[in-house]
Design a protein around this ligand. Structure first.
Ligand SMILES: Cc1ncc(COP(=O)(O)O)c(C=O)c1O
Length: 433
């Protein structure tokens, strides 16, 4: 049986197994809900990106993990061991990375509205690159760098106007976006003019990110072509040599059988052809390439274990199966109707002939993990796994209804390790005065 997560299998007891660990035993030992991730799959995914740059772009680049996908100390340590950089989007992510011993110079600080405190924190701590999103931010970076007596290494975020055919809420590359300086209306040119005029700023490169959960090569190739031509235009206009091109993340993963991810090597091969072609045509030097995969590093490595509770069958309407988690640990359905696959841990091979709505336990009608999900007949007390939840689940989790967040458990070679412990009720009130 092939599951949407390649790393899943069924053991001799007939139970679902991940990283050599029986998931029924994991549920017994750690309780549910619980996020469980296979460490060797995460490492394999990291290596696929690192190798793709070696194989198709002479190693002239770096893969940086978009840590918003799953941010915890364990992940930053693992990513550092794999020789990758990390994309961080807040002072909190920078702090988490630094406390994990992550090298500051390999941090790339993103965000469309970084606070002055965050920028200062980043610059004081030697964060490698600030990805400047807009003119206000550039002037703030320049001022803070001046006060600190340093020069800030900046990458400018451009919105290249590429429609990556994905869900509206996770599309970030088209003109109607809160991110970056728009190319079509001249903003990108203007922000470059400002950046080169500021004395405490070193313009190292340009950045774009065209969306998420993308399954086609064409939008990436298109974005690379636009960005390289823009580098050429800016060289002609301002006589600047841009050394770095950050092409963002957005590589799709498999949540359900209908998802067809692209091979990362194939991505790098195709994009490097475009970059080399335009570099030659425009007479610009080959940039150091940065790629920022988040979801594709962790999503398919992880799942969430839940215990089934109430079952409410409304004849002719729908059958609700409620689990002991929900939008607090996985807000992606309520946010953008993301689809998931759910299977029984003890009965993973059973025919999936029941059609259900998998509901959470929060006091919110929209608190669902999925609708019209085809599953085996789930019973009260049964442990079920919702697959491919490694990305944007723990990192998006909340304490809505004062429900403690689940633990993050890393499994590898038959051993389980806590990366993040389960929250307690005391944790819930730790900031209450
Ligand atoms: C700037 C930037 N880089 C990288 C990513 C990672 O995207 P993904 O997790 O889809 O690979 C995102 C996601 O929102 C992003 O905004």
């Amino acid at each position: 049986m092939q599951f949407v997560m390649d790393c899943l299998n069924v053991n001799e007891q007939g139970n679902l197994q991940l990283g050599g660990c029986d998931l029924k035993k994991i549920a017994e030992e750690y309780g549910t809900p619980a996020y469980v991730l296979d460490e060797s799959t995460i490492r394999k995914n990291c290596r696929a990106y690192v190798d793709s740059i070696k194989n198709y772009y002479d190693g002239n680049g770096i893969a940086i993990y978009a840590s918003k996908a799953l941010s915890c100390k364990y992940m930053y340590k693992l990513i550092a061991e794999e020789g990758m950089g990390a994309d961080v989007v807040s002072g909190g992510e920078i702090y988490t990375a630094l406390t994990a011993g992550f090298p500051a110079d390999k941090l790339y600080f993103h965000g469309n509205n970084k606070s002055i405190e965050e920028l200062e924190f980043a610059l004081r701590n030697g964060v490698g690159r600030i990805v400047a999103d807009n003119e206000l931010e550039l002037t703030r970076i320049d001022k803070i760098a001046g006060e600190l007596g340093i020069r800030a290494n900046v990458i400018i975020r451009i919105t290249p106007g590429v429609d990556a055919h994905t869900h509206e809420f996770i599309r970030t590359g088209q003109i109607d976006s809160k991110f970056g300086a728009t190319l079509e209306n001249g903003e990108a040119d203007e922000i470059t003019a400002l950046a080169v005029s500021l004395k405490n700023i070193d313009v190292k490169g340009y950045h774009c990110h065209i969306g998420s959960q993308i399954f086609e090569l064409a939008p990436f190739e298109h974005a690379a072509e636009i960005m390289m031509n823009f580098i050429g235009d800016m060289k002609d206009k301002y006589n600047i040599e841009i050394g770095e091109l950050d092409l963002g993340g957005g590589f799709g993963i498999k949540y359900t059988e209908s998802d067809t991810p692209i091979d990362y090597g194939e991505y790098m091969r195709a994009v490097s052809v475009v970059v080399k072609r335009v570099a030659e045509k425009r007479g610009v030097k080959l940039p150091f390439i940065i790629v920022e995969p988040g979801r594709s590093i962790v999503a398919e490595a992880g799942l969430t274990l839940y215990t089934v509770g109430t079952i409410k069958d409304i004849p002719g309407i729908r059958k609700y199966v409620s689990i002991d988690g929900g939008m607090g640990d996985n807000p992606r359905y309520i946010l953008y109707q993301s689809e998931y696959t759910a299977i029984s841990v003890e009965n993973p091979l059973a025919a999936q002939e029941d059609v259900i709505t998998l509901a959470g336990k929060c006091c919110e009608s929209g608190d669902l993990i999925g609708e019209n999900m085809k599953v085996s007949e789930f019973k009260t007390g049964e442990i079920v796994a919702v697959l491919s939840t490694g990305a944007y689940n723990y990192s998006m989790a909340s304490n809505y209804n004062r429900i403690p967040r689940p633990p993050v458990i890393m499994v590898n070679d038959g051993k389980a390790k806590l990366a993040v412990r389960r929250e307690t009720y005391e944790d819930l009130v730790r900031c209450d005065l």
